[in-house]
Design a protein around this ligand. Structure first.
Ligand code: ADP
Ligand code: MG
Length: 612
């Protein structure tokens, strides 16, 4: 084939691929344009996960009639004049690509009017080509309706995820922007039903409540704002040449809200970061936040955070990728350090007990100090999930090896107990409100009450689910549970499926569900917590090959419902628990693979006491 310059239309379609990956990216670009246009209210209407329609209406500046067509040309922007401007971007857009890209892969209608104009203008474009233009009456602002997305790029269309997945992505994105711009009124509807609506009174806490629910919002801790200077005070493990601190430094502000350590999430997706009002996806910054919780929350659990970083636009390069969700910092270490310090300080300030008495832990994060902090933590605050004894065995743990913790690493393993099942045990008592001491024919057993109960519930629930006989316990008064819009979408899709697992749940207004019944096997557990665990499992979407979604969900639900460490048990309760554990197929590990018990054989005891 001879070499040819691509037609403008084909070039736009190819370039569009980078900007408009999926319906959520259309929403993102249109919403960012509305923000740049100074809108105070944005209303987003989505049909069929964005395939059928995405419509974004704003009350911003509008586009002058004479410029309406220009806005749809590639590299046409009102936000950048010269190369110098590129050094300090103050708007969300600047590449002049979005409208051209979106128009080239859809049928698009725009109605726009500036405040000064007597009337608005309406353009219709198909595949980027203007089909019609007329003057129309319209309020000041802009409405862009995108339908039939990717109608002319079948390859893209084929790779689109399900409507639900797209809906989730859109929900997450709009929620984020509602948080970053709390003084704007936001409204998002899917197929005519409202998913998110905010008041726009500028109160971030109120916006947090709109997105995460009142309870979560109430629990969040405001970051104590600090003006830092991105400057030389950082502990620098290795001096880096390109990161020259400036004399005096440049102002760097960190603000927002973070969850107290008790409020945890199963994944890091609810760590939301904004740099100069732009939502960014930055693994290192995310990691800085997680690090600030070091020793305060168990590994594998994550905080919820909404963090705003403000710094001079010269100090951050946003022109890294067409989608503009990645940024480069001029002094990355200073930024990560400031974020970590701000979060850590907030956590320690919020609860004096998190501090060490002799070591006001103001400046964070040397690992040694962090460890010292943890050494005292255990008696100061009841930890939600205490580690089981400091055993780090691969699972499943042959119980005989548990003796290793008692200071004899190489003790010859005692023969395993008869089969995988447990022998009959006699309950002696409870220690530390966490472990049951029992005696068996072959020695002493220490049982982790939480892990053991988790195992019991898990096996009972799995068996009931397999037999399709999962009785439901109706709740006298339903319990309302608030979820994020993305979680609401997931839940709605799974209501019937959850009913099969014994959860009677019904929609109860935007972002709220009412738990009317729980699996009878979990009676006594907190229904809200149990449902939350199910939602988290659905969200995590962890269905490894061997596993079913059902098992993944039940595993988390049982963990949430199991008796906790710190709970005193009566003799009868302990006996029941041990009897049920004896009946389990896999009594030695909890459903997550941690040991449920430690066995010290009579022979081991004799050895420990120097009798042999
Ligand atoms: P960019 O945002 O990078 O400038 P776009 O292609 O997204 O590029 O938009 C092109 C131009 O159209 C913008 O620079 C702006 O002048 C105008 N524009 C787009 N959307 C809006 C809107 N909602 N309100 C006012 N002007 C808009
Ligand atoms: Mg734009």
């Amino acid at each position: 084939m001879p070499i040819r310059v691509l037609s403008e239309q084909l070039a736009s379609q190819i370039a569009a691929g980078e900007v408009v990956e999926r319906p959520a990216s259309v929403v993102k670009e249109l919403v960012e344009n509305a923000i740049d246009a100074g809108a105070t209210a944005v209303s987003i209407e989505v049909r069929d996960g964005g395939r059928a329609l995405i419509q974004v209406a704003d009350d911003g500046s509008g586009i002058a009639e004479s410029e309406a067509e220009t806005a749809f040309l590639r590299h046409a922007t009102s936000k950048l004049e010269s190369a110098a401007g590129l050094e300090a971007i103050r708007t969300l857009g600047f590449r002049g690509e979005a409208l051209a890209a979106i128009a080239s892969v859809s049928r698009l209608t725009i109605v726009t009017r500036t405040a000064e104009a007597a009337a608005g203008v309406r353009l219709q474009l198909t595949g980027g080509v203007v089909q019609s233009r007329e003057r129309v009456g319209a309020p000041p602002g802009t409405v862009i309706a995108v339908s039939d997305l990717f109608f002319n790029t079948p390859a893209r269309l084929k790779f689109l995820k399900s409507a639900t997945a797209e809906r989730r992505a859109i929900d997450e994105f709009v929620s984020r922007y509602a948080l970053a711009y709390p003084h704007m009124r936001w409204r998002l509807a899917h197929n005519g039903r409202i998913a998110l609506q905010t008041g726009g009174d500028g109160d971030l806490r109120a916006a947090l409540a709109d997105v995460y629910g009142v309870e979560t919002a109430r629990a969040l801790l405001p970051i104590r704002e600090t003006d830092e200077y991105a400057a030389p005070d950082l502990p620098a493990p290795e001096p880096s040449a390109e990161e020259e601190p400036e004399p005096g430094g440049a102002p760097l502000r960190v603000s927002g809200y973070v969850s107290p350590p008790e409020l945890q999430r199963a994944n890091r997706s609810q760590i939301t970061l904004f740099v100069n009002g732009r939502w960014v996806h930055d693994q290192q910054l995310t990691y800085a936040v997680i690090e600030a919780y070091h020793t305060l929350i168990p590994s594998g659990r994550y905080p919820l955070a909404v963090i705003f970083i403000t710094l001079p636009p010269e100090d951050v390069d946003v022109n890294v990728h067409p989608a503009k969700a990645e940024v480069r910092f001029r002094r990355p270490r200073a930024v990560f350090g400031a974020v970590q310090r701000a979060v850590r300080r907030t956590l320690l300030d919020s609860d004096p007990l998190r501090r060490l008495p002799d070591n006001p832990f103001d400046e964070p994060a040397g690992p040694a100090r962090a460890l010292a902090g943890d050494a005292f933590a255990w008696w100061r605050r009841p930890r939600p999930e205490p580690e089981p004894l400091a055993l780090q065995h691969p699972d499943p743990l042959p119980p005989a090896q548990a003796g290793e913790t008692f200071g004899r690493p190489a003790s010859p393993p005692t023969p395993p107990l008869g089969g995988a099942r447990l022998p009959i045990l006699r309950v002696i008592g409870q220690v530390g409100a966490a472990y049951i001491i029992a005696e068996g024919p072959e020695g002493l057993f220490l049982i982790d009450q939480h892990a053991a109960h988790e195992r019991i519930l898990f096996e009972q629930m799995l068996a009931a689910a397999a037999a399709r006989a999962m009785p439901t316990q109706q709740l006298v008064a339903g319990q309302a549970v608030q979820v994020t819009p993305a979680q609401a979408a997931l839940l709605e899709e799974r209501l019937d499926w959850l009913a099969g697992l014994g959860f009677l749940v019904e929609p109860f207004g935007p972002g709220t569900f009412l738990v009317r019944g729980v699996p009878a096997l979990l009676a006594g557990a907190d229904p809200g917590r149990a449902l939350w665990a199910a939602v988290e499992a659905l969200e995590a979407d962890e269905t490894p090959l061997r596993d079913t979604l059902e098992a993944a969900v039940l595993r988390r639900v049982c963990k949430a419902a199991a008796v906790k460490a710190g709970q005193l048990l009566s003799q009868a309760e302990m006996e029941t628990l041990v009897r049920q554990l004896e009946a389990c197929e896999v009594p030695h590990t909890c459903p997550h693979g941690r040991p449920t018990l430690i066995h010290l054989s009579v022979a081991q005891l004799a050895r420990q006491f120097g009798r042999t």
